[in-house]
Design a protein. Structure first.
Length: 415
């Protein structure tokens, strides 16, 4: 009889239009192919995802969807969590009906292991932790990410990220922007700092993508149970196909529903592009809400492409990726994918965190915008150097972040 694993997730892992979906997809694939688990999902889909599993990959045996949670129940949960000090984001997923549905799923599927996706779904773990082996997949420490976000956030950027698209526009504008949005984010950061070790201590194992954050969390736990399962890259999907490079063209990849990507693009536009020598073309790939498009429309030499069907061919036509990260934590998918596509990446300390590639050989890391601009100007005039650094970058990622290597890390959870 095969081993069974039930993954309780906060999104469908496909299509692959975010780093988190890429991770969830390949985690499931690796646990099936390498470790022999039958995989089932219990999914709280994102607001723009269909409740439809017809495109599920063959390595997932079954998908069940959580029941929609009413606005009234979410508001009641938020009121309770505000008073209790629990994470507010967990209130948006709390549901008595879904507790019953998940209990039914567990009774029927009889999993050997349950994985819970991020802190927002950790409260569901408490119903099963004494009956089933429970692993908490935090991805990264949101308390660290939000602390960095508070230091970089501008008042026009929403704190709600992708979730904002499913909110009432007036409520999102009032609650998630400006001074009130900052107050809510500051409160949530403190709640997470308390809750992350609390929930982690209740799990038998904890997954983070960054070794640095593993060390940080383990220092706060009763016993060191957090392990690193890094972000990986599908090297075949980004393999270089001898594509023709467009002269003096470079780019950035990011979902512009996400505050960190908007702030990163704002930093590039305000602090780096004015220092570049024209002509050049700066292309941005990823979903663009109307408000963000209006914000950047008219910036010279900037093209907002929106979402594309296949990312790799567009990236292959660039000379390099300009990708300093305004705030964040963990390992950045966009950095690894650009390196896998044989692109030099120009980033900062936050963007390079957890990757450990050698500056000047496989990546360029500067926190000074003038240094980033100087390097970009040099690379725009030196396509041969771009090729050389790009090949080094792809070799580094293949050696350290190909998914087949990443799957080895699950052994540290005794899976």
């Amino acid at each position: 009889m095969s081993k069974r694993l039930l993954f309780v997730t906060s999104r469908l892992p496909w299509p692959h239009n975010s780093g988190r979906k890429v991770s969830l997809y390949h985690y499931c694939r690796g646990l099936f192919e390498r470790y022999g688990y039958e995989i089932a999902l219990f999914v709280f889909p994102e607001w723009d995802q269909p409740r439809d599993a017809t495109d599920k990959p063959a390595f997932i045996s079954e998908v069940r969807f959580a029941a929609p949670i009413s606005r009234a129940e979410k508001l009641a949960n938020l009121a309770t969590h505000t008073l209790s000090g629990k994470p507010l984001q967990a209130a948006l997923y709390k549901s008595r009906k879904n507790r019953r549905l998940l209990q039914k799923h567990v009774a029927e599927f009889r999993p050997d292991v349950m994985l819970f996706d991020m802190i927002r779904l950790a409260p569901y773990m408490r119903d099963f932790k004494d009956k089933v082996r429970c692993i908490l997949d935090l991805d990264d420490l949101l308390s660290v990410r939000y602390a960095r976000q508070l230091s970089a956030l501008d008042e026009g950027t929403s704190i709600a990220g992708h979730y904002a698209g499913g909110m009432n526009p007036t409520a999102e504008r009032v609650l998630c922007r400006g001074r009130l949005g900052r107050m809510i984010l500051k409160s949530e950061q403190k709640r997470l700092a308390r809750s992350e070790p609390e929930y982690a201590n209740e799990a038998e194992g904890v997954i983070l993508v960054s070794e640095k954050e593993v060390a940080t969390l383990n220092q706060r736990l009763d016993s060191p149970r957090a392990v690193a399962v890094p972000m990986g890259v599908d090297m075949a999907a980004f393999a270089y196909a001898d594509a023709e490079k467009r002269p003096r063209t470079f780019g950035f990849v990011g979902n512009l529903h996400v505050a960190a990507n908007v702030s990163s693009l704002e930093y590039i536009v305000q602090s780096i592009l004015p220092k570049l020598t024209p002509p050049y073309c700066f292309e941005v790939i990823g979903p663009v809400p109307d408000a963000v498009r209006a914000r950047f429309e008219g910036v010279q030499n900037l093209s907002l492409f929106g979402e594309v069907a296949d990312l790799a061919p567009v990236m292959h036509s660039w000379q390099f990726s300009l990708c300093p990260i305004a705030f964040g934590s963990g390992i950045k998918t966009k950095i690894l994918e650009a390196m896998a596509a044989e692109l030099p990446v120009l980033t900062n300390t936050v963007g390079s965190e957890g990757i450990n590639a050698t500056h000047g050989e496989a990546i360029f890391v500067y926190d000074d915008p003038q240094a980033l601009a100087d390097t970009a100007n040099a690379l725009l005039s030196d396509p041969l150097r771009c090729r050389e650094i790009g090949k080094n970058a792809a070799a580094f990622v293949g050696e350290n972040f190909a998914w087949d290597r990443i799957f080895d890390a699950f052994q540290n959870l005794d899976l």
